[in-house]
Design a protein around this ligand. Structure first.
Ligand code: 5RP
Length: 223
C-alpha cells in the first residue's frame, strides 16, 4: 500500500470513534484531510466540528459540515488528528503543518484524542522529526538561544523567502538534534520559555488511542 492508502485506511477506521449527534474536534494535515473527506460522507450524523486550523475549517465547510467556534463549545467526546511521530506510550510530535497551538487547544477540550497515522510515524524515541515550537515573532532569536542551550538546533521555518506565519500570527522554530527520552518534562521546560506560544510535544496530554496504518492493516493501540 502507498503512504496515502495507509492514511486513507486509518481515516476510514477513525469513523468508528465519531459520536452521533455530537461536535467533533478535527486536526490538520494530509491524514486529517482524508478523515474530513470520510466525515463528509456521514455528516448528517454529527452536529458539527471544531477545526484546528483555517485550512481544516475550509475543508470541513466544503463538505457542508458546520464549523463551531471553540468558545461556543464546552466539551466534545473526541478529537481526531495525525502526528509527525508517535511513541509506544502515545506521546507525539506534532506541528509539521504549523497548526500545533490550535491542535493542542482543541485537543484539550476533548475527552479522547484519537491519533491516525501511517505506520512510519511510530518511533521508539521521539526527536528524529525536528520538534516544532511556535513563538512570538519578536522572541524568535532569544528562544533560539534558549533551545540551543537545551541541546537542540533550531531553524526558523520559512515560506516563499519569508518566515512562515501561523494562523495565530506566530513563527515556527523547527528544533533538530533532540533525543526526547522524557517528553513530558521537555514539554513543560520548553513551554516555560518566555516567548514560546506552544511546543509541538503532545506528551502531558498524549493520544488515548492510536490507529496506525501498517502493511497488514490498521493496528489499534490503546495508551
Ligand atoms: C499539523 C500536524 C499534523 O498532524 C502532522 O504534521 C501530520 O501531518 P500528515 O498527516 O500530513 O502527515 O501536526 O500541524
Amino acid at each position: 500500500m502507498t503512504q496515502d492508502e495507509l492514511k486513507q485506511a486509518v481515516a476510514r477506521a477513525a469513523i468508528e470513534y465519531v459520536v452521533d449527534g455530537e461536535i467533533i474536534g478535527v486536526g490538520t494535515g494530509s491524514t486529517a484531510n482524508f478523515f474530513i473527506d470520510e466525515l463528509g460522507k456521514i455528516k448528517h450524523r454529527i452536529k458539527g466540528a471544531v477545526a484546528s486550523s483555517e485550512a481544516t475549517a475550509v475543508r470541513l465547510k466544503s463538505h457542508g459540515i458546520q464549523v463551531f467556534d471553540l468558545n461556543d463549545v464546552e466539551s466534545m467526546p473526541v478529537y481526531i488528528d495525525g502526528a509527525d511521530e508517535i511513541d509506544p506510550k502515545g506521546a507525539m510530535i506534532k506541528g509539521g503543518g504549523a497548526a500545533l497551538t490550535r491542535e493542542k487547544i482543541v485537543a484539550s477540550v476533548a475527552d479522547k484524542f484519537i491519533c491516525i497515522a501511517d505506520g512510519s510515524k511510530l518511533v521508539d524515541v521521539l526527536g528524529k522529526f525536528p520538534l516544532p515550537v511556535e513563538v512570538i515573532p519578536m522572541a524568535h532569536a532569544v528562544v533560539t538561544r534558549k533551545l540551543q542551550a537545551l541541546g537542540g538546533q533550531p531553524t526558523l521555518r520559512m515560506k516563499d523567502g519569508n518566515p512562515l506565519v501561523t494562523d495565530n500570527g506566530g513563527y515556527i522554530l523547527d528544533v533538530a538534534g533532540l533525543q526526547i527520552t522524557a517528553p513530558q518534562e521537555l514539554e513543560a521546560k520548553i513551554n516555560n520559555i518566555v516567548g514560546v506560544v506552544t511546543v509541538g510535544l503532545f506528551a502531558q496530554r498524549g493520544a488515548d488511542v492510536g490507529l496506525l496504518g501498517m502493511a497488514d492493516g490498521v493496528k489499534k493501540f490503546v495508551y
